[in-house]
Design a binder for this molecule. Structure first.
Ligand code: BG6
Length: 795
């Protein structure tokens, strides 16, 4: 068969106008035969993009001396799958540069070169391997390489790679390239495991991990653009000139039909960890001296990854479109009680901790079911000109560079530079300047206010990347180190958000400004409060009610309940009111604060929103402490310091850490640290009665560092005691029940779905401080208020 094909190819040799990009790069395969196998060749991706990409590769390479054969592989038997495959193949369209007649000829050849091959068992792969080798022998053709494109679920990768390694490797120095589609793991450890598994069958240089964003024409030109325009950019590509960077992927589609995949991943894993992160590294990395030096590019990218500031859940807001949960219930066969926490929207702020970008916000955001389909990266520069009049003049307008990936109002990929910045140079002859515009606005500015560069010919990302694979260009693919660095960065945030309820949004234009978010220091919060609809399903009440903060009773004490954000807002406001009141009455506010994760959001809120809090007259005490040096990360004081104290203006002698370290040792009875703390309290706090004690409650019912089974009765009249925790570090120092119950107000903060069971249980049990220490909180003359978020209350 191939002889015939060769003849046809020779005929075609003059047919295909070769564009610059068809030329071979260094390290490209020697001319010869290339076998392409798409495993999953009848699947959606193959139908939509891959066959088209390979057809274009074929059309562009037939005249360069290569010959090809194409195999669509899959689990179905040949007779069933062949018609499906050919249906997909018939749909491919010709590159614009081919005339209609020539296209028909090339397409006919392409179809003749393709066949279906069942690839299920090791024997199937062995048969394919044998077939490939025999065909080459029969035709006497030199082999250039074998390209396997794995367009299958990731769980099948390791097994298929092993089969390819065992039975389909080429001989005689021809190359093997195995292309893998994301997801490459689910978090750092699963990505590491998958890499190790693949590493047993394939060499690193044989693996091509696709991130199709790297094939988008605009994305692939970020570095060349930066280099070509470095004389303008170098002076301004830094924190002094850049206001912020925004990397955005907005989609109108939902996740319907993909829920089994999507619900396990969500928006951060689906597009932010990979596509948007890659764009971020291209924008921030140091410019390599040689843009096609894969190692140098990787080195520079890794430097950025290692300088990214750790993300915690306050650096992100998440949402979920309203009908998503129904889709999950349907597609995953779940009951009506099932609630998925998978986010379909996220807004995240990232900082790169190097002098060039310190404190410069980088926003990464993406969502399904938004108002428009649009992807871009915008560098918004500071405008240091104050316009007194003529606000329409060009120097009064925003200064920005927009890498516009496509869709949106413009409908084509482009790099836009606002005219008040500079006139950009073209990167190469494949790009041109657009001078005639439709009357559109891009990100709030009329297109005529920008210089606009666009590719001369638009090409699909997959088509580009398939060409790069053929050329052996690894710079557009994700190396193992890059992948692990990215997962290493994202995994803590993903774990931190795992139990967070996303804000529900209706979808499309109805979202209004529900998803807008605000940047405050390192924190990201929704800009507008959500009006929450609590329906019968949630509350067992009648009809739909809308409310934000609910008052009620819990364990016969007062309870305030709301969604997490609103609850923290309320608690912070209550604290400030108590502080102002105490200062007004007695000139001092004595506040005792707990450790644990629940109060973190409160500390951050106080630090960033309560500028009128009377910090100068506030004394901060610790409810409890772990017996570790105060500088250790797991010290409660260290957390309080990092999250709150260092951000507020407060005399340092008003701060009272527990003396857990004395005489260079930790919590030793004879050092009398507990007594010392008690003495300070007695001397400074009127009647040893704190104005406000903030507590949390652990899964086992512990509060402060008073654990079930603690010998509470041995504390007698002490205010401070050394206690034991079942968890490490075991030794603790804690206020006693007596000290807490003397307070004027005690707040118990309980947050998160994982506390729901505990909240239910505690609502039923009688006071039994030995078993449930928190039930021993009964202020003698003060007031107890439970602050419980809806996640903990409703589950
Ligand atoms: C894919 C995601 O990687 O990228 C999809 O899995 C998403 O959920 C798509 O829709 C977006 O790509 P593009 O090219 O349409 O912006």
């Amino acid at each position: 068969m191939w002889k015939v094909v060769w003849a046809a190819l020779l005929l075609l040799a003059t047919v295909c106008a070769q564009r610059g990009y068809a030329k071979e790069t260094k390290g490209a395969p020697k001319v010869g035969h290339v076998s392409v196998v798409i495993v999953g060749g009848t699947g959606d991706l193959a139908k939509k993009y891959l066959w088209q990409g390979f057809f274009q590769l074929y059309a562009n390479q037939v005249s360069s001396g290569y010959s090809f054969s194409f195999y669509g592989g899959g689990l179905l038997p040949k007779d069933k799958a062949t018609p499906i495959l050919f249906e997909a193949l018939k749909g491919v369209v010709c590159p614009r540069e081919l005339s209609v007649e020539r296209c028909a000829l090339v397409k006919e050849q392409f179809l003749k070169l393709a066949e279906y091959w069942q690839l299920k068992t090791l024997e199937d792969y062995q048969a394919l391997g044998k077939h490939l080798t025999e065909q080459l022998k029969q035709e006497g053709i030199v082999e250039a390489g074998r390209l396997f494109y794995l367009s299958v679920p990731a769980f099948a990768y390791a097994d298929i790679a092993e089969k390819i390694n065992n039975s389909c490797r080429p001989t005689n120095g021809a190359w093997l390239r195995v292309v893998l589609e994301k997801p490459f793991g689910h978090d750092f450890s699963s990505a590491q495991l998958l890499s190790t598994q693949l590493g047993t069958s394939l060499k690193d240089e044989e693996m091509y991990r696709i991130d199709h964003y790297l094939g988008k024409q605009v994305v692939s030109k970020i570095l060349p653009f930066r280099r070509e325009n470095s004389k303008h950019l170098d002076p301004i590509w830094n924190k002094h000139h850049i206001e912020r960077v925004e990397i955005v992927l907005k989609e109108t589609l939902d996740a319907r039909g993909r829920i089994p995949f999507y619900d396990q991943y969500g928006v951060i894993r689906d597009v932010i960890q990979n596509h948007l992160t890659e764009v971020m590294t291209l924008l921030t990395m140091g410019l390599p001296a040689n843009l096609s030096d894969v190692k140098e590019v990787l080195r520079n990218k890794l430097k950025i990854f290692s300088a990214l500031q750790h993300l915690d859940r306050n650096c992100a807001t998440i949402g979920q479109y309203q009908t998503y949960n129904l889709e999950v219930q349907e597609e995953l066969n779940k009951t009506k009680e099932y609630y998925s926490l998978t986010p379909t929207f996220a807004g995240i702020m990232v900082h790169v901790d190097i002098a060039q970008y310190e404190k410069m916000p980088i926003i990464l955001t993406s969502g399904k079911m938004l108002d428009e389909r649009l992807g871009y990266a915008r560098i918004l520069f500071k405008n240091d000109i104050f316009c007194v009049q003529s606000h329409d003049s060009v120097h009064c307008k925003p200064k920005q560079i927009v890498f516009y990936f496509g869709h949106g109002t413009l409908q084509y990929p482009a790099i836009l530079v606002s005219k008040n910045l500079f006139k950009p140079d073209l990167m190469d002859t494949e790009w041109k300047e657009v001078t005639e515009h439709k009357d559109v606005s891009v990100l709030g500015m009329p297109i005529s206010d920008y210089y606009v560069l666009t590719p001369t010919v638009q090409r699909e990302a997959y088509t580009e990347l398939i060409l790069h694979i053929f050329q052996g260009r690894k710079d557009s693919f994700i190396s193992t180190e890059n992948l692990l660095a990215s997962w290493g960065f994202w995994t803590p945030l993903l774990h931190g958000l795992a139990k967070t309820s996303p804000r529900l949004y209706p979808g499309g234009a109805d979202n209004g400004n529900l998803l807008d978010f605000r940047l405050l220091g390192r924190e990201v919060t929704f800009a507008n409060e959500a009006v929450v609809m609590i329906t019968q399903d949630h509350m067992g009440g009648s009809g739909a009610e809308s409310f934000q903060v609910m008052q009620g009773k819990y364990r016969s004490a007062d309870m305030v309940s709301a969604w997490p954000e609103e609850l923290i807002v309320r608690l912070a406001a209550d604290l400030q009111a108590a502080a102002e009141n105490a200062v007004r009455e007695g000139g001092r506010f004595h506040l005792a604060l707990s450790g644990g994760s629940s109060p973190l959001a409160l500390f951050q809120r106080l630090a960033r929103h309560h500028y009128s809090f009377p910090w100068r007259d506030t004394h901060v005490w610790m409810v409890d402490e772990r017996c570790v040096p105060l500088t250790e990360l797991d010290s409660n004081f260290r957390t309080l310091h990092d999250q709150l104290l260092q951000h507020v203006k407060m005399p340092y002698f008003n701060i009272h850490p527990m003396p857990v370290q004395m005489n260079q040792r930790l919590c030793v009875e004879e050092d009398s640290g507990a007594l010392l703390y008690e003495r300070d309290i007695t001397q400074l706090v009127n009647a040893s009665s704190f104005h406000f004690v903030l507590l949390g409650v652990g899964y086992d019912g512990h509060t402060a560092s008073l654990f079930p089974g603690s010998k509470l009765d041995t504390h007698g009249d002490s205010l401070v005691a050394l206690t034991e925790s079942p968890a490490k570090p075991h030794q603790r120092m804690s206020l006693t029940l007596k000290a807490i119950n003397q307070a004027q107000k005690v707040g118990v903060l309980v947050m998160g779905k994982s506390k729901h069971e505990l909240v239910t249980q505690l609502s039923r049990v009688k006071d039994n401080p030995k078993k449930w220490p928190v039930t021993g909180i009964r202020p003698t003359s003060g007031r107890l208020v439970w602050y419980i978020d809806y996640d903990a209350l409703l589950g």
